[in-house]
Structure formats: C-alpha cells, structure tokens
Design a protein around this ligand. Sequence first.
Ligand SMILES: [Zn+2]
Length: 258
Amino acid sequence: MNLPFTHPERLLKSFGIRQPDEIDLEAIAWELGAKIRFRALNTCEARLVGANGKAIITVDARMPVTRRRFSIGHEIGHWCHHRGRCLVCRPEDIGGVGSRRADDPERVADEYASDLILPRYLLTPLLRDVPRLTVDALVEVAVEFKASRTATLRKIVDIDRYPVMMVCSSRSKRRYFRGSPSVPDKWFPRNEVSPESSAFDMLFGSATEQSAPRPVKATAWFDRQDAGGFMLQEQSFGLPGNEVMTVLTFTDRKMLAA
Ligand SMILES: [Zn+2]
C-alpha cells in the first residue's frame, strides 16, 4: 500500500536523507528552531519550552540512546503540532500504548517520532531483503535505525510486510497487542497468557529468549473456536518491568481469510 508521505517523512526527504544513519535528530531540531539538551530529569522524561519560534527540548540523559531518540522525536512532534502549550511529558506519555484518541497530543507526538526515526520510505525497502521476521532480524533493523525493538516492531507490524501480531504480556494479563492490517480483527488474543505459550515460560519459568521462532497451536493465543487446528510461529523477547513481547507470525494463510 502506498501511503502519502507524512510531515516528518517529507522533512527527512527535504534534508536529502537516504539512509537510517543519516537521521541526525539534533540537526533536524536545530533547523526547526529547537535546541536539544540532555539533563537528569526527575519529574518528567522530556519537556519542551518554546517561544517566538525558538524552543529548548530537554531529554532525560539517563535513558538509553534509543529511548532518548524517541523522546526527542516526540518533542519535535509537539513543537511542530502543539506550539504555545506548556509541554512536560511523563514516561507514560512517550511511546504510550493505551487506547488514545487519534487527536490526543501524546499520540500525535508519538506517531511523529515513529515517522521521524523509522520512516517508511527507508524501512520498507530494507525489509524486502528480510524474508522472515525473527527477533534477530528485528534487532538488526532496530540497530540500523537506533530505535528500540518495540518501536521498530510496531512500525514493521503497521507496514504489513508480514502477517504478524505483536503481543505484550505481563504475569497478570495481556497488556496490549497490535496486528498487521492483513490479520483479520477476529484474531483477538487471550486476556491471560496461556501456559502453552513461550511468553508464559519466560514470565513464570526460567526460560530465556528463544533463538528462533517455534511452532505453537493457535489456541495458545486465541480462544475462538475456529482457532483449533491452526498453528502459528511465535518468538518472544523480554522487556523491562517483567513484561514479554511476543511476535506471532500467521503462517497458515487460511487464518488470514476474513
Ligand atoms: Zn508528550
């Protein structure tokens, strides 16, 4: 599907950026009148103070580089969309996952960050050489874009190169999920992690990350009656805060029929 370029993508193109390692967020911010500072922040993760076309973006210096980049992209998004507001962004505002309205400023800023750091026009051609979405392949792409595995996975899911779903689980429940556009909505994952899944072994047992995807019964993830008889591929990786992310690949095309 050819989507029109978004504002951050047009911006990157106007800078002549043709490779992920050319995405210099500080230089881009500077061109937009914003200076980036890194400080230890205690009450928020990033903030934007702007007036008269100039802004200072401050980002918590103690965060990993991938998170700092996402926060910078998020604040540049606020600077482009929400000028004139006082913006102090908490960790849960940046890269948040709850169901937020499309016009929620935090969601708008997150989407801006995602398009700035992982622009489709650079990511899509790169994925052509990746026949299967394994966690190793995901890490390679994430490193290339200096993005987190989760942010990269989310963008790959949206691009729909593979029929996949990302499911984030904690011990007590499924936290959130997101499926590729080609995965029918009827595949709505279970609320609780099934003992048959690799996520369960990682959350409750001593299992470490798998080195490759493995086959699993679809019923481990979906409790619909018609899940019986289908198989999926699953591979999980650990996240901070005792959470696990699982990549489910719908290898049986019959599951993709609406
Ligand atoms: Zn924000």
